[in-house]
Design a protein around this ligand. Structure first.
Ligand code: ADP
Length: 406
């Protein structure tokens, strides 16, 4: 964030410096064109006056007012499109104003850089004058001339900035993804290490006693090996599920599935686990029409994952409630628990691949379950939502339409 701010400030600085430079360049350009044109106009006009009117009765002031000033206006202001320029003629020696093309505020015009000196000859004597070319709105003129360039630079800066923000966002996203990946692999390694170590200790004991252990001990160690094997199989199954889920649309095996029956079947095996923890599972199958078209094994995965989580994240006496309801479009299933709950900021993230709530709990997992669940629900053109209160519990709502409309 701070790097974006820094870049924006840098761009703003570059933009301002560039425009200051462009502004000064354009201003000098205008002044230079004006002075060149003024000099040539004064030259040609005074040449005529000095040669033909040397003895004439046309006074210098009349010449300045009626000939010189109008021709400067005509030859300089019009081609340069400087409508508000004021031409002021002063006596060079005393700086006294002799004539002006319009009224000017105080002596503001004296600061102008566009000045040109000339001399007029009458009756054998010469008088030196200074012509001041004052442009009151030079800023407006320069800015209006640079309008196009300014628009282009602003556009380029905006394009550059959006591109930069896009790159930064991609970088942040891939950085986060790689952190999640690291976390995920650390988790898996950690989870696999324990069963591998335990089974290897158990087999070592068998070898040490040359397979002559008492029956009770043998049973105990075989049970340990079987249990640890089951855990490893579970991990491998989860990992395999990644590829199943990522290519599932093509591999769906569709049939009629009764959601009420399926849930009853899944829950049958879980009652024992929950009762062991001192908890209960309440089932309310209110869906009148619970028959949908879908993939039975995928739908089983959805509810097994949700129910596993409900038990796993309710460390003290889980109280799980299953509800089904139906309307004219499909079946809604809700699975509620009285577990640790999910903080608001994690409610959408829990469905990301390998996302796990950090520091919230130390319950083991890979952050894949809910990712699978969401993908599988979406394959069925359904929807999953979650409500949760930290410390009180969570409720996952799954809607599955009767038919998978493509
Ligand atoms: P895992 O359970 O393997 O970490 P999941 O994808 O199933 O992966 O869940 C992601 C995260 O969502 C979990 O780490 C947990 O913090 C949170 N979570 C999921 N279900 C529940 C639940 N019923 N109650 C509280 N937290 C949950």
């Amino acid at each position: 964030m701070s790097s974006i701010l820094f870049l924006m400030l840098l761009l703003l600085f570059a933009f301002l410096s560039l425009h200051k430079y462009a502004y000064n360049f354009e201003k000098t350009n205008i002044e230079f064109s004006a002075i060149t044109k003024i000099n040539s106009t004064i030259n040609s006009s005074t040449k005529e006056f000095n040669t033909s009117n040397r003895d004439s009765s046309v006074s210098e002031i009349d010449f300045i007012k009626n000939t010189l000033i109008p021709s400067i206006k005509e030859e300089v202001s019009n081609p340069l499109k400087i409508r508000d320029a004021v031409i002021i003629i002063t006596l060079s020696r005393t700086k006294k104003m002799v004539a002006a093309s319009a009224n000017v505020k105080d002596n503001e015009w004296e600061k102008t850089l566009i000045t040109s000196k000339f001399s007029l000859f009458t009756n054998q004597k010469s008088t030196c004058y200074t012509c001041h070319y004052y442009i009151p709105d030079i800023r407006v003129i320069v800015v209006s001339r640079l309008k196009g360039e300014m628009a282009i630079t602003i556009l380029l800066i905006l394009i550059f900035l959006s591109f930069f923000i896009f790159i930064i966002r991609r970088w942040i996203y891939s950085h986060k993804a790689s952190l999640l990946k690291d976390d995920f692999f650390q988790n898996i390694t950690h989870e696999l290490k324990t069963p591998i170590a335990t089974t290897s200790i158990a087999t070592d004991i068998f070898k040490k006693f040359e397979f002559n252990l008492p029956v009770e001990k043998t049973k105990e160690y075989i049970n340990i090996i079987t249990e640890e094997n089951r855990k490893m199989k579970q991990i491998v199954d989860r990992l395999l599920s990644i590829s199943i889920v990522d290519n599932s649309a093509a591999k769906m095996s569709v049939s009629e599935v009764n959601i009420n029956d399926l849930l009853q079947h899944i829950t049958k095996n879980l009652h024992f686990v929950v009762t062991e923890k001192g908890g209960t599972i309440e089932e309310h199958y209110n869906a009148k029409d619970a028959m949908i078209i879908g993939d039975q094994s995928f739908i089983t995965m959805i509810f097994t994952n949700l129910l596993d989580n409900a038990i796993k994240y309710s460390p003290k006496a889980p109280k799980i409630t299953i509800n089904t309801n139906s309307n004219d479009k499909g079946v809604t299933i809700s699975i509620a628990d009285n577990g640790i709950g999910i903080p608001d900021e994690a409610l959408t993230k829990i469905f990301y691949k390998t996302y796990r709530i950090k520091n919230g709990h130390n319950i083991k997992g890979f952050g894949l379950g809910l990712y699978f669940v969401k993908q599988l629900v979406e394959i069925h053109k359904g929807k999953i939502t979650v409500n949760s209160t930290v410390g009180k519990g969570s409720e996952f709502n799954v809607f599955l339409p009767f038919n998978i409309k493509k």
